[in-house]
Design a protein around this ligand. Structure first.
Ligand code: B12
Ligand code: SF4
Ligand code: SF4
Length: 320
């Protein structure tokens, strides 16, 4: 028989899911804040095999990454949220120019989604009363995909991205970790089946086995995370990507169901998308400030971006 605590937990969960949609999130699911048992050995193996490359931060806070109660004392629930960034691809880069991943065509998602999360937490506090918690979007030792999977928002595909059956994978994942008891959702099934389009299409063979991406071989790592110069032997494999890489998502059949996002702050920046390879190669600090202002490109910095562009254009990546 359902107790009054269960009923409250179900009622609060319903209210939270409706509010999430109102605030512009596409999907919302809930999990109990527990230890991530299945992920523990996988994360350990990934790190042991050096798949984090020089992303030293990934090796930190191992226990906290697997248990949100160590990150947010008193945590009871993880609210997982998907925020759509799929852009109007009519803005696609001029043929032949160096490519920038779709997630970076507009304003930085850390800022856009964080603002929304803070508002969400305030609304929960106003509606429910004393609730303590923290908001995260790619901003702490939290396994975002594992929580979204547990909360029933999709499955983690062979390309290691969370895929939602209704709208594909071009989403950012965020969480509210709070000390309120909520009715949890359950995971959904994997729909990759016999497909291996992402594995075959990856330009650097970074998907070393189904569901395992060697981060240290991924174009996204080379073009964004790696602090030192792109190693010469990898330059020819970058497939014209200047910042990030969308290949394993572009070929995924589930992304036929992507819908264009409705977030004004993600409106693609025409100046960024119209840059020719020559303009990237000869990038000046002034132009960098214009195209990278409040954008994910800031992470790479002026020198890093110019260095990538110089190496890529020398190798004949991109035509214009
Ligand atoms: C480190 C990191 C990277 C690294 C490493 C990539 C990686 N796959 O881990 C690099 C820089 C390469 C990267 C690239 C990208 N990233 Co990134 N990244 C992260 C970050 C910070 C941590 C991810 C992590 O914990 N990796 C550790 C390893 C162990 O995790 P994993 O690959 O998911 O491994 C799991 C699977 O391999 C699985 N597994 C292993 N073996 C097996 C076997 C079976 C049978 C099964 C079923 C599963 C399974 O279990 C593991 C543990 O859960 C998260 C943000 C966050 N805090 O979570 C964003 C995040 C994963 N990135 C994101 C994005 C958008 C990207 C890019 C698409 C960006 C781009 N366009 O360039 C690419 C995609 C590359 C790819 N195919 O994975 C989004 C993903 C959104 C989504 N829909 O899934 C996240 C969640 C950020 C966010 N909050 O929105 N990223
Ligand atoms: S993002 Fe690009 S390089 Fe990285 S795994 Fe996917 S296809 Fe391969
Ligand atoms: S391309 Fe195919 S195998 Fe890869 S994630 Fe998508 S459905 Fe799964």
């Amino acid at each position: 028989m359902a107790t009054s605590t269960d009923l409250k937990a179900a009622e609060h969960a319903r209210w939270i899911k409706n509010k999430a949609l109102e605030l512009g999130f596409s999907f919302c699911g809930i999990s109990r804040a527990d230890f991530l048992e299945d992920e523990a050995p996988r994360l350990e193996a990934w790190l042991k095999n050096g798949m984090h490359g020089e992303m030293a931060y990934m090796a930190n806070h191992f226990d906290m990454r697997l248990d949100p109660r160590l990150l947010v004392p008193g945590a009871k629930s993880v609210i997982s949220l998907l925020f759509n960034y799929y852009p109007d691809t009519a803005y696609a880069l001029a043929n032949g120019a160096l490519k920038v991943s779709k997630y970076a065509w507009g304003e930085d998602y850390h800022d856009v989604v964080k603002d929304r999360l803070k508002q969400f937490l305030h609304e929960i506090q106003a509606n429910v009363g004393e609730v303590d918690g923290r908001a995260f979007v790619d901003s702490a030792p939290v396994l975002d995909k594992a929580w979204a999977k547990r909360s029933g928002l999709g499955w983690v595909g062979k390309n290691a991205n969370l895929i939602n059956k209704k709208q594909g994978s071009f989403f950012f994942i965020a969480e509210l970790i709070i000390d309120l008891e909520l009715e949890p959702d359950g995971p959904v099934t994997d729909h990759c089946g016999t497909c291996r389009a992402c594995i075959d299409a990856c330009p650097t063979e970074a998907i070393v086995e189904p569901y395992v991406v060697d981060g240290s071989k991924c174009i996204s790592y080379f073009t964004i995370e790696l602090k030192k110069e792109l190693p010469a032997e990898w330059v020819s494999k970058m497939d014209g990507w200047l910042f990030g890489c969308d290949v394993c998502q572009d070929v995924c059949p589930w992304n036929r169901f992507s819908v264009v996002n409705s977030e004004p702050r993600f409106t693609p920046r025409e100046q960024l998308l119209n840059m020719s390879t020559g303009e990237w190669r000869d990038l000046t600090e002034d132009v960098f400030q214009q195209v990278a202002k409040r954008s994910p490109l800031k992470r790479k910095g002026f020198e890093g971006l110019r260095r990538n562009a110089a190496l890529l254009s020398m190798d004949g990546n991109g035509g214009k």
